[in-house]
Design a protein around this ligand. Structure first.
Ligand code: I22
Ligand code: ZN
Length: 200
């Protein structure tokens, strides 16, 4: 297969995956928005964790809350737990890699905060342990998963939100995680700022 055909196929697969996911994910994404707006407007914050490409999504999300998404507003309280190399290496070295997020959640998380837990498989142990730590701190969880949700599905409790992308390919799941994150940012701004002037 030539490269252009291969690239075209991946674009087509991504478009199809997004169209297939729209109806199923719109509801959970709106619930995630409500959960985060409630936390952010009551003195709470959002902590985000994930591995690899999902770590990038955590940092992308936190930057759009602390900084801005598309509209001017004061910064919002969000922290990606994937960036502090001293904390990550100390915890990984002194305890275990499985605890690199959960120990941060236990130290920083407060009742009413929200944990954004991102895992395309739903089976990354360090994300699962972060969910346990969040529940122990009376935090709610927004899980972004795929591939049926993995073991994280069984961890979620009443009040948590599960955005599970109906796909089995990590790259396609991540592409829809990023769209979901942007929908969450848009919904938070809509809730805090109202409709934009030029919007009907
Ligand atoms: O971005 C990619 C693949 O597209 C990889 O870096 C991927 O994030 C890593 O393999 C992660 O370790 C996968 O973990 P998870 O999504 O299953 O929790
Ligand atoms: Zn990736």
């Amino acid at each position: 297969m030539d490269l252009i055909t291969r690239i075209t196929q991946q674009f087509d697969e991504s478009i199809a995956a997004k169209q297939a996911a729209t109806e199923e994910l719109a509801g959970p994404i709106s619930e995630a928005i409500e959960l985060m707006v409630n936390a952010l407007t009551n003195g709470g914050k959002v902590l985000a964790c994930g591995n690899g490409g999902s770590a990038g999504d955590c940092q992308h999300f936190a930057a759009e809350l602390v900084g801005r998404f598309e509209r001017e507003r004061p910064g919002l309280a969000a922290i990606a737990l994937t960036t502090d190399s001293s904390a990550l290496t100390a915890i990984g070295n002194d305890y275990s890699f499985n605890e690199i997020f959960s120990k941060q959640v236990a130290a920083i998380g407060q009742p009413g905060d929200v944990l954004l837990a991102i895992s395309t498989s739903g089976n990354s142990k360090n994300v699962q342990m972060a969910i346990e730590a969040a529940h122990a701190r009376d935090m709610n969880v927004v899980a972004l998963t795929g591939k049926g949700g993995g073991q994280m599905t069984q961890q979620l409790k009443e009040g948590d939100v599960h955005v599970c992308v109906p796909h089995n390919r990590t790259a396609r799941i991540q592409e829809i995680h990023l769209l979901s994150i942007h929908c969450i940012c848009d919904g938070i701004d809509l809730s805090l700022l109202g409709e934009e002037e030029n919007e009907s």
